[in-house]
Design a protein around this ligand. Sequence first.
Ligand SMILES: C[S@@+](CC[C@H](N)C(=O)[O-])C[C@H]1O[C@@H](n2cnc3c(N)ncnc32)[C@H](O)[C@@H]1O
Length: 244
Amino acid sequence: MDVHALRAEVAGIRWHHRIDLGSGIVTPGLDDSARKLRRLSLPESFRGKSVLDVGAWDGFFSFEAERRGAARVLATDSFVWRGGIATGKAGFDLARRALGSRVEDMDIDVLELSPERVGTFDVVLFLGVLYHMRHPLLALERVASVTRELLVVETVVDCLDYRRPAMAFYPGSELSNDETSWCGPNPAAVTAMLRTAGLPRVDVVAGARPLSYRVAKACYYRLKFGYPFVATMRTDRMVFHAAR
Ligand SMILES: C[S@@+](CC[C@H](N)C(=O)[O-])C[C@H]1O[C@@H](n2cnc3c(N)ncnc32)[C@H](O)[C@@H]1O
């Protein structure tokens, strides 16, 4: 692709991910995608594996799976790709074209995932989606049903003071002023739901950070984006690996 034309197209899109498209062009997403990637502890190689990226948005993690040698990658989404936020699927489509990628795409809701609709995959990525679910256990059941080997869940966690499975419910925009966020399970709840969904082997690969970190984070988000301080301080993000 012509570099000047690509730069102009990139500038016309509201990006979530920061994707290196080559020629010095990195998409200007708000999400620090490379930092998130480091917390996921993904296998270095996906050689020969099939990978499903649920809620892929601009597709950073789909393209990364392909870069790591996956034989097949399917990226799915619904809310954003249907125009839920600004430029919808344009970022994914442009990045795929610019990278010369063969990642496949399907517009499908999480709750419609099933072996009959999409098949099954060696590795399933469920990153930043669980807390957007009104029915989190049902969503994990659907995602588990299409997982053959490994399900990677990255999510907001809340209720960190409770040892027993517990979950915050966000009927409004309590989490990050975002009306599309519904639940903040604690680590015990995520683990218990994954087991209930049929994936008994659950490992925490990135845990909650200490209170001092969360206080600093809450100050930053309060000043930069106006997020509610206490609610932000109570939450963090964690990564779980689950298998049969
Ligand atoms: C916070 S973004 C996470 C994007 C990416 N996975 C990441 O980790 O950077 C949440 C994504 O989930 C998608 N999503 C939300 N609800 C969904 C649903 N019911 N079915 C499918 N995708 C959904 C959104 O469209 C959005 O792309």
